[in-house]
Ligand binder design. Structure first.
Ligand SMILES: Nc1ncnc2c1ncn2[C@@H]1O[C@H](COP(=O)(O)OP(=O)(O)OP(=O)(O)O)[C@@H](O)[C@H]1O
Ligand SMILES: [Mg+2]
Length: 331
């Protein structure tokens, strides 16, 4: 994190789901900060709490879930205590979220131009309709939609799934927000388009100072794109640092397992490493380190929950046996 005060600072965030089978601590003491123009990748397997972290930041957690602790400082304002009205004003204005499902952004009964022009003018009423339309057209072009002028007149159902997602992304980029939270928005798109969209998002961040959280289960997607990375496991961040550093010298056995299962990271011809076992249910976590039952380095010391340490400059780790100084391929 660079600069004076971060765009977003999350401190010890806790979001719990109060289910009939017990309390699931989906977000359990998560902290990170992102400065202007910076990109953070939030990575972890399915069920690790990535989406709930994103929803918690913008106040979109529904019962039985609730933010029960911590702070979310957006340019100094705590969003946890801001209230629904204030949050609504920020969303779609200074903070945009891109969801896995584009229909969470798009209104099925309105033409794309109506939706995009409305979005621009809700943010700045002094923009004329013609200007807003021109901006909408440019935004569609930016995310690789051919014939944007013509496509503006279509309804959401007239686009393919991938094209709909690109429209939703274009809408998120429209007002050049201070913060974008992108929750696996490109998973369903082909690799070339993913690359193009990530490139556009990165360019926007660099040019306008937008801070970006890119949520993904796939480390390969954010390699070369993010500045920082936070690796989540069972509701907690287990490793955090600059992207290059973590990719070159991953120290948490879970991060090493994730990296080992990325195609292209391994030496050619070697079998891809798979982390053994499955993500445990949050209602039945083992005591101590939540990863210990899948970890090749676990021993008695892991029966005590590991504290956050800083064993290398700029790196946060939650592990009693960090793999410091080892290569990047063995778990
Ligand atoms: N509506 C809900 N009711 C109860 N528990 C929930 C609910 N939504 C989420 N959870 C709990 O929160 C955990 C984290 O969910 P989350 O959606 O954040 O995972 P994720 O990391 O985004 O996974 P994926 O990669 O599959 O999108 C879940 O494993 C579940 O235990
Ligand atoms: Mg998710």
């Amino acid at each position: 994190m660079s600069g004076a005060s971060p765009t977003l600072q999350v401190d010890n965030l806790e979001t719990h789901f109060f289910t009939k089978d017990g309390v699931a601590k989906a977000v359990d003491g998560v902290s990170f900060a992102i400065g202007r123009g910076e990109i953070m990748g939030l990575v972890g397997e399915s069920g690790s709490g990535k989406s709930v972290t994103g929803f918690s930041i913008i106040g979109l957690v529904d019962p039985p879930g609730r933010v029960v602790g911590g702070r979310v400082l957006f340019k100094g304002t705590d969003l946890v205590t801001l209230g629904p009205e204030g949050l609504r004003n920020l969303r779609g204005n200074r903070i945009a979220m891109i969801f896995q499902d584009p229909m969470m952004t798009l209104n099925p009964v309105l033409r794309i131009d109506t939706q995009m022009i409305e979005t621009v003018r809700a943010h700045d009423a002094s923009v004329t309709e013609a200007e807003a339309r021109a901006r909408a057209r440019d935004a569609l072009g930016q995310v690789g939609i051919p014939s944007p002028e013509e496509r503006l007149r279509a309804y959401p159902h007239q686009f393919s799934g991938g094209m709909r997602q690109r429209v939703a992304i274009a809408i998120a980029l429209l007002n050049k927000p201070d913060l974008i939270i992108a929750d696996e928005p490109t998973t369903a798109l082909d690799v070339t388009i993913q690359g193009q969209i990530l490139y556009e998002a990165q360019k926007l961040c660099r040019e306008t100072g937008t801070a970006l959280i890119w949520i993904t289960h796939d480390l390969a997607v954010i390699a070369g794109l993010a500045d920082h990375i936070s690796v989540m496991y069972a509701g907690r961040i287990v490793e955090q640092g600059s992207l290059d550093d973590v990719l070159d010298r991953p120290a948490h056995p879970y991060t090493r397992g994730l990296l080992g299962s990325v195609p292209g990271h391994n030496t050619r011809g070697r079998r891809l490493y798979q982390i053994p076992g499955m993500t445990p249910s949050l209602l039945r976590l083992p005591g101590g380190c939540a990863f210990k039952e899948r970890c090749p380095h676990a021993d008695r010391a892991c029966d005590t929950a590991p504290e956050i340490t800083r064993p290398i400059e700029g790196r946060l780790l939650r592990c009693v046996h960090p793999q410091l100084g080892a290569g990047s391929t063995a778990p």
